[in-house]
Ligand binder design. Structure first.
Ligand SMILES: Cc1cc2nc3c(=O)[nH]c(=O)nc-3n(C[C@H](O)[C@H](O)[C@H](O)COP(=O)(O)OP(=O)(O)OC[C@H]3O[C@@H](n4cnc5c(N)ncnc54)[C@H](O)[C@@H]3O)c2cc1C
Length: 370
């Protein structure tokens, strides 16, 4: 009987592994992806999607199609518990799946404000879809964005952009003294200035209280996330913030055939920032390390990039390129972001031969930014 690799959660880090399924059949391995959603929302593209600058197919990877293409069995279900002693995964529907190899990549979710009927968490990202529909229909006159970190501020920039499809009245609330408090101060000032010029009501040094929600048609909650490992029952060792603890090869501590990656994993106690850059890079390492396990090869260690540059979008024609304490702004950064976003997305959403080359992406990026 074929051995089974179960992937729990179709996050950014899982995609390179899914693409190996056809090849790994030679090792008598079957891959099953269990994901609560049939698509992955690419976080880098989401803020522009919310402003109407990216289409759905420029923001998501259709996991069902990807699995079909590479002969992976796709199960649309939420995994509620995993037992390492029984090497078994259970879904909310009561189905059980025994595994020989396991990859846990269930991301993160935003602090829960379930009692608030008009609150929409920024994570899981699919919850933003109904908000987008309501904004597009003009049903949201007053929107509160709670949290002026990278996610909340980038969403505010795109929603308030002059070419956005919504003209909703936006308030952006931040607990710290300034927006983007972990970014260069000059960039924070510049972004605040842009938002204020667009009549966004920026309120700093003010903590979100649930009672505030009454004054708004919708509240977008972007006040920070907790790892997905807290939403399931499991008996693996945990590290910082209850993330599942792995060693440097991304193998869960004490386990030989179980991996964890992305926002839900604490790699060797280093508690890396929960950003897609790590998840994406870890995906490539997982592909190598799982194959090494199958072939008796040597596992490699996770080495993050020396710096993690981040591009914060402000519509299709402007963006901020940030490296450590330095930030640059310009149309060129928006074009670069488009090229990087679409290049990554098309690797998983288009068949080989149908993807745009860097030159085509650059040409399209220049065109849309004009
Ligand atoms: C608005 C916004 C913008 C962002 N922009 C950037 C950016 O520009 N650059 C950057 O580096 N980072 C960015 N991030 C952070 C980035 O989203 C995360 O770091 C990244 O998504 C983590 O990827 P992952 O592989 O851990 O899991 P994810 O890609 O989050 O995927 C986890 C998947 O698992 C599924 N899942 C969860 N629990 C279960 C379960 N129990 N059973 C089955 N399926 C489950 C979820 O539905 C989801 O599809 C942004 C975040 C937000 C909210």
């Amino acid at each position: 009987m074929a051995k089974k690799l179960i992937i729990v959660g179709g996050g950014h880090a899982s995609l390179p592994v899914i693409k190996m399924a056809e090849k790994w059949k030679r090792y008598d391995l079957e891959i099953i992806l269990i994901s609560e959603n049939p698509y992955l929302i690419y976080s880098g593209a989401l803020p522009q999607f919310m402003g109407g600058f990216y289409e759905w197919n420029q923001t998501t990877v259709n996991l069902k199609k990807l699995c079909e293409r590479y002969s992976v069995r796709f199960v649309e279900s939420f995994v509620e518990s995993i037992s390492k002693d029984q090497s078994t995964v259970w879904t909310t529907g009561g189905e059980r799946y025994a595994y020989d190899y396991l990859l846990i990549n269930i991301g993160a979710s935003t602090a829960d404000f379930k009692d608030l009927q008009n609150a929409v968490p920024v994570k899981p990202m699919d919850e933003l879809l109904s908000l987008r529909k309501n904004l597009k229909r003009g049903e949201i006159e007053k929107l509160l964005i709670a949290g002026g970190g990278a996610a909340g501020t980038e969403l505010a920039l795109n929603l308030s952009h002059p070419r956005s499809f919504t003209s909703t009245d936006i308030t952006l609330l931040e607990n710290n003294e300034s927006l983007l408090s972990s970014f260069p101060a000059k960039m924070s000032d510049r972004v605040t200035q842009i938002l204020q010029q667009r009549s966004v009501n920026v309120q700093t040094s003010k903590k979100f209280q649930p009672a505030m929600s009454k004054e708004y048609d919708a509240v977008l909650i972007a006040v920070g996330n907790r790892p997905g490992s807290l939403s399931i029952t499991h008996d693996f060792e945990t590290g910082a913030g209850e993330r599942i603890l792995t060693d440097e090869t991304l193998r869960v501590k004490g386990e030989q055939t179980v991996f964890a990656a992305g926002d839900t994993a604490d790699v060797n106690g280093r508690d890396y920032q929960a950003i897609g850059v790590h998840a994406v890079k870890q995906g490539v390492l997982l592909r190598h390390n799982i194959e090494s396990l199958l072939t008796g090869g040597k596992l490699k260690r996770y080495k993050p990039y020396a710096v993690n540059p981040l591009i914060l979008s402000d519509g299709p024609d402007n963006a901020f390129y940030v490296v450590n304490n330095f930030a640059w702004e310009g149309r060129w950064a928006a074009i670069l972001k488009y090229v990087l976003d679409m290049n990554w997305l098309e690797k998983y959403s288009k068949k080989p031969g149908y993807r745009r080359s860097y030159i085509e992406l650059l040409r399209d990026g220049v065109k849309r930014s004009g």
